[in-house]
Design a protein around this ligand. Structure first.
Ligand code: AMP
Length: 170
């Protein structure tokens, strides 16, 4: 098992004062670690039990697309404002460092009844919760959230109404 912690860098006061930004991109520079991570994430029940993988813009795409490719499941995207064409369903949320919204193309999810949400990092849980609300309001089942890393001290699990799987605790 690779030591993922040593591949993650911390940047104080980025993108705002008071935030310690966790940069996971070091994992991508180590192909063995990246492969191990994707294979491990793909094995989880949250991923195995879903019809499709719903990835969160933008760093969720980095990890969600190889998982979808690896296990041969469809992938859909939840994107930030101004990125998606067509008929959209949108919800607002608060971030550890600001406000934002996520949209999904209505047509992208019609065929599927259950989704695993994938993102790079779980902080306050606002983003994941927004993705969960969007999908569940549309009558979709959410099998859970799979993230690479989790900031445990922020206690996001307390507010999330779905199973959470993380590979690294920071
Ligand atoms: P949250 O909604 O607070 O759980 O924030 C999760 C989202 O914001 C993820 O998509 C992360 O990419 C990003 N994010 C929030 N806080 C951090 C952090 N300290 N370091 C890196 N990314 C973060």
């Amino acid at each position: 098992m690779k030591d993922f912690q040593e591949l993650i860098s911390s940047y104080r006061n980025f993108p705002r004062k008071g935030i310690v930004f966790k940069d996971l991109l070091g994992i991508l520079k180590d192909p063995d670690a990246f492969k191990e991570l994707i294979y491990t994430m793909s094995e989880d029940e949250v991923i195995k039990n879903c019809d499709a993988i719903a990835c969160i813009d933008a760093r969720g795409f980095i990890f969600g697309s190889p998982i979808a490719f690896n296990i041969g499941k469809p992938m859909v995207v939840l994107r930030k404002p101004g990125k998606l064409p067509g008929e959209l369903i949108t919800a607002d949320y608060e971030l550890e460092y600001g406000k934002n919204s996520l949209s999904i193309q209505k047509s992208s999810i019609e065929k599927f009844s259950s989704f695993a949400i994938v993102d790079d990092l779980l902080a306050t849980g606002g983003t994941a919760n927004c993705a969960y609300s969007l999908l569940s309001k549309l009558g979709k089942e959410v099998t859970g959230l799979s993230v690479v890393a989790e900031l445990r001290n922020l206690n996001a699990r307390q507010i999330l109404e779905m199973e959470v799987v993380s590979q690294i605790e920071l």
